[in-house]
Write a protein that binds this ligand. Structure first.
Ligand SMILES: [Zn+2]
Length: 264
């Protein structure tokens, strides 16, 4: 059994026109195997794909597709966690994203993002109280979500790796959408009319998280997109105080509506 990067390297050599004999000599892979790989790419690709981790290759790559990853990173930072799955000797991790049962569309979008980043693998659903855990199993989730660590996210430093920073800068809208879908909402704000008869209602976006770092990542993305925001500190019934961000200006709400919109 060969590591994925060995196979890819051998196929790249063959594709560049080097003979099977020479590739075999260079790589130590026998010619029958090389012939099989070059004749049936689907087989090779399928085999390659079973445990392919872009971060574990000799030259690490960012996960793809970047737009799906950027969205999934937002969901993960908001409502996701990694935990060991099954037999600990197998070192398989389960990614779980909690999705409220009120929003079946969001559950589908979350499942699609997991399937895009980790293709050809089953996305599971586990019913919990009021929400569904959308799950995917992979040895390499901690490689693509290096923010994983012991303890709660708000009790430790959450900083993006440089390659993640590149992705969220290129796909800021997708990142904001993921964060909003996990810890945000689009609500109607009601202001009493001056004459006391009824209310003015206007939409605004709210985002709240107990991690100062995650809120910082959210506002950095808004700044890149040129969307004005305001910070509030929201006292929770529990001891935690959440940092809340509101986006209320009419033009800013209209801009957010183009790539976030109401939950569905
Ligand atoms: Zn890996």
């Amino acid at each position: 059994m060969y590591a994925p990067h060995v196979r890819r390297h051998a196929l790249a050599l063959l594709d560049s026109g080097i003979s099977q004999t020479d590739v075999s000599r260079q790589t130590g892979i026998n010619r029958t195997t090389l012939r099989e790989w070059s004749q049936d790419r689907s087989l090779a690709d399928k085999y390659l794909g079973t445990d392919l981790c872009p971060r574990c290759e000799p030259v690490p790559r960012p996960p793809t597709p970047a737009h799906a990853y950027s969205y999934l990173l937002g969901l993960y930072l908001g409502d996701g966690c990694l935990s060991p799955a099954g037999d600990p000797r197998k070192k398989i991790w389960r990614l779980r994203i909690a999705c409220d049962d009120k929003w079946p569309g969001l559950q589908r979008e979350c499942a699609d993002a997991i399937a895009a980043v980790r293709p050809d693998h089953k996305v599971g659903r586990v019913q919990a109280v009021g929400c569904t855990m959308i799950c995917g199993q992979w040895k390499h989730w901690p490689c693509v979500f290096p923010q994983h660590g012991p303890g709660k996210k708000h009790e430790r430093l959450i900083a993006l790796e440089p390659w993640q920073q590149v992705i969220v800068e290129e796909h800021s809208e997708r990142f904001v959408r993921g964060l909003m879908h996990s810890d945000g909402s689009r609500v109607l704000n009601r202001i009493p009319k001056k004459d006391g008869r009824g209310f003015h209602a206007y939409p605004r976006y709210l985002f709240a998280n107990t991690s100062r770092d995650i809120v910082g990542l959210f506002t950095d993305a808004l700044d890149r997109l040129g969307i004005p925001w305001k910070a509030h500190v929201k006292r929770q019934p529990s001891v935690l105080s959440q940092r809340a961000i509101s986006i209320s200006r009419k033009d800013a709400v209209a801009r957010m509506d183009t790539f976030v919109g109401p939950k569905y």
